[in-house]
Structures are given as C-alpha cells and as structure tokens.
Design a protein around this ligand. Structure first.
Ligand SMILES: CC(C)(COP(=O)(O)OP(=O)(O)OC[C@H]1O[C@@H](n2cnc3c(N)ncnc32)[C@H](O)[C@@H]1OP(=O)(O)O)[C@@H](O)C(=O)NCCC(=O)NCCS
Length: 182
C-alpha cells in the first residue's frame, strides 16, 4: 500500500450524525490490538494474529499515517477506515497506470449491525472527493464476506471484476464521485 499523495493530512476531525473520523491517538492502542486479534474481524482478512505478538509489535501510537481514519463513537475507537493507493503488482485495476485509491474498513464486532461503517465510509469518500475531485475509488473484498459485500453495494460501488487471490474469490468494485453514496 502506498500513501494517497497530494492531500492535506490530517484533516480536521470529520463529524457525522453519530461518529467522528479522526487521527489515531495513544488511547486507541487496545482497540487496534483487538481488531487484529479478533477471529470475527479477521475471518476474510487472513485470520487473527496472536494477541501476545500484537502486544509486542503494535507501537504506542498505532495507525498514525496518511489515509487512516480512526472511527470514534462516544469517545472510543470502534474501527478504522483506510484510503491508500493500490499496488500495481496486485490484480484488478481500473486505471491504465494503476495506483487507484482503495477503500478498506475494519470495525469491532460489537459495532456491527448499526450502520456505523456505512455512515463513516460515506464521510470518508466525501472527504476524498473534496481532496481529489473526479478520482474513482476501488474496493476489494472476498465474495464470501457478506457484510462487506452489502456495505460496498450500499455505498454505491459497482462490480468491475472478480478474480482469485489468496485462495478465495475476490470482488472488485469502483465508486465514482457522481455515484450516490450512503
Ligand atoms: C464489513 C463491516 C465493516 C460491515 O459492518 P456492518 O455493521 O455490517 O455495516 P453497516 O455499517 O453497513 O451496517 C449495516 C447493518 O446495520 C444495520 N443498521 C442498524 N441501524 C442502522 C442505521 N441507523 N443505519 C443503517 N444501518 C443500520 C443494518 O440493518 C445492517 O444490519 P444487517 O446487515 O444485520 O442487516 C464489518 O462486518 C467488519 O468490520 N468486518 C470485518 C472486516 C472486514 O471484513 N473488512 C472488509 C475488508 S475489504
């Protein structure tokens, strides 16, 4: 993954009806570890990582980089949204020069089923379009990941192609600023 490039970072915290999209802080460390150690969160993302390994490896201030939003509900982190550039070597592209902006999301299981991911992703896409107007955004997810597939459709991503990677069928969709989201 490569950073997005010429965007003003970090933006001021972005407020939605129920959430805040912000930079990571030291107090988010336990939630970052939880995301990567959770078997539910990691079902379609290569499986959970051992908690003791994460306790050693995760820095005091995790996730402080361009394109990574912490999603905050009532003062606590419930997930992350990322916007990065898709590596040219990976399969699936919509631009001849590759390097598409790619959306990713991970939410803690207790935050699923409330519409928080959809609300936060719509805000992140809005921010992206303000920064880089007219650029499409892609998203890849396993077709078996029902929740993620539903979220992609709700946000307005439309199918570009399906392909095999990491022993599973992957779905790639594209979103354009003209496409309604949320
Ligand atoms: C993918 C993921 C973010 C989806 O989370 P989610 O909570 O299902 O997504 P949404 O925000 O769209 O919420 C939709 C659900 O909220 C419900 N909901 C409740 N209140 C709502 C409200 N006020 N507004 C909208 N939806 C609401 C909807 O009915 C829907 O529930 P259902 O799917 O049980 O029918 C989450 O499952 C996750 O983090 N998975 C692990 C990481 C992962 O696989 N990421 C994919 C990487 S590509």
């Amino acid at each position: 993954m490569t950073e997005l490039g010429p965007v003003a970072w970090p933006p001021a915290p972005i407020r939605t009806e129920r959430l805040v999209l912000r930079e990571s802080e030291v107090r988010d460390r336990a939630a970052f570890i939880e995301l990567f150690a959770s078997p539910e969160v990691r079902t379609y993302l290569g499986g959970p990582r051992p908690r003791d390994e994460l306790e050693r490896a995760v820095p005091e201030l995790p996730g402080r980089r361009q394109g990574l939003f912490v999603i905050d509900f009532e003062g606590a982190m419930i997930g992350t949204i990322t916007l990065d550039r898709r590596d040219a070597e990976r399969p699936g592209h919509v631009r001849p020069d590759a390097g598409e902006a790619e959306l990713g999301y991970m939410f803690l299981p207790e935050a699923w089923g409330h519409g928080y991911a959809a609300e936060a992703c719509a805000a992140a896409l809005g921010w992206f379009t303000d920064e880089l107007p007219d650029e499409p955004v892609v998203l890849c997810t396993q077709t078996a990941n029902d929740r993620s597939m539903r979220l992609a459709a709700k946000l307005g991503f439309t199918e570009v192609q399906r392909f095999e990677e990491w022993g599973a069928e992957q779905w790639m969709g594209v979103w354009s600023p003209a496409t309604p989201s949320g």
